[in-house]
Design a protein around this ligand. Structure first.
Ligand code: ZN
Length: 160
């Protein structure tokens, strides 16, 4: 069976940046299982999986436009320290969570002052060309229940 919309794909991946630094990998745990064609993955990876079968291993290079987007320098801002739960422990380069009226955002700390913190609200992987080393371990039809929920049930997916 080949990967197509409404199939469940299980795969291992190792993510590295353009300099070969390892960012993330599924190798120490279960393969990731996703419902294909429902936006569960960044566009570049979803496209690369299309038409593949279990047992295939390949490397795909994903530009920012098909990954986490381009960096927007306008998304840096100065925020009062009191808005951070962990404000006194933050250091430049750390990723933390900021709560605003628009919801919860993952942000990167640029600079810590006495009462304010400069943050970068771009996704930490924005602007990066990413390399995914992928091995597909299984492909199956999604169940009607999984399609109704829009996510995978069982190993590598939701348990409820
Ligand atoms: Zn569900």
């Amino acid at each position: 069976m080949q990967v197509a919309k409404d199939t469940v794909v299980s795969f291992h991946y190792t993510l590295t940046d353009a300099d070969g630094n390892r960012i993330d990998s599924s190798r120490e745990s279960e393969p990731l299982a996703i419902l294909h064609g429902h936006g569960a993955l960044i566009a570049g990876v979803e496209k690369a999986l299309e038409g593949r079968a279990a047992g295939e291993q390949f490397v795909v290079s994903v530009p920012p436009e098909e990954g986490y987007g381009l960096r927007d320098e306008g998304r840096t801002q100065r925020v009062p320290k009191k808005y951070f739960k962990d404000g006194d422990r933050l250091k430049p380069g750390m990723v933390t969570v900021l709560q605003s009226q628009q919801g919860v955002h993952q942000v990167t700390v640029i600079k810590v002052g006495a009462t304010v913190i400069d943050i970068d609200a771009n996704h930490p992987l924005a602007g990066k060309t990413l390399s995914f080393d992928i091995e597909i371990t299984a492909v199956r039809e999604a169940s009607p229940e999984e399609l109704a929920h829009g996510h995978v049930h069982g190993p590598g997916g939701h348990h409820h």
